[in-house]
Design a protein around this ligand. Sequence first.
Ligand SMILES: Cc1cc2nc3c(=O)[nH]c(=O)nc-3n(C[C@H](O)[C@H](O)[C@H](O)COP(=O)(O)O)c2cc1C
Length: 217
Amino acid sequence: MTQENQEIKLPAPRLDGDFSLEKAMQMRRSVREYSPEAITLEELSQLLWACQGISGSVSFQNEGKTVTIDLRTAPSAGALYPLEVFVVVSRVEGLEAGIYHYQPGSKDTSHSLIRIQSGDKGYELSQAALGQDCIKNAAVSFVMGAYVERTSVKYGERAEQYVFIEAGHAGQNICLQAQAFDIGTVTVGAFHEDKIAKLLGTDAKPVYMICCGKKKQ
Ligand SMILES: Cc1cc2nc3c(=O)[nH]c(=O)nc-3n(C[C@H](O)[C@H](O)[C@H](O)COP(=O)(O)O)c2cc1C
């Protein structure tokens, strides 16, 4: 039964593969048309991990106490992690269509998704992005939202620039990981921030989108 705020545990990411990074970089191209096939939950899980998953931790002393910070697959200025990742799911095996918010977890807990809306919202998402067909037809679209204030606490006016740079790092990770699965991606910057934020029900600033789907044969 559909439940908002329901947590869905994701399969653990795999940390090895047989598709070379060099091949992924050579073969990556923007793909805007997709087959009607679904992607698997394992593939979605891996793409989310590639984007913002936990990949380590660091401990340090602060005022006599040990503080541990989890680190992610993409670099972040000051390890302040301003990005929040949402997925607008249309076709993923074993996952109801809807909008989900990624929870990277921690080095001790698994990553997961929180369902924030049920139903296929691909069309609405495309309407907030100049009606682009790649969004309407995607199996999944990733939306990166940013809380710039997490970074401006330390970096002031440089923060906005840093946030965009970070979204680029995270986006490229998705594109290369997807290429290894022969999943097509296109990165999307042309959208109305306010409309996307409203659809997602977030006050994070939408900064980047990536559409994904199985390639047409
Ligand atoms: C910041 C940024 C924004 C982009 N926005 C869009 C977009 O809104 N719609 C789209 O179809 N492609 C978009 N693209 C994809 C580019 O058109 C594409 O990367 C470029 O044509 C080069 O082709 P390639 O990705 O196949 O190498 C964007 C790329 C970047 C880096």
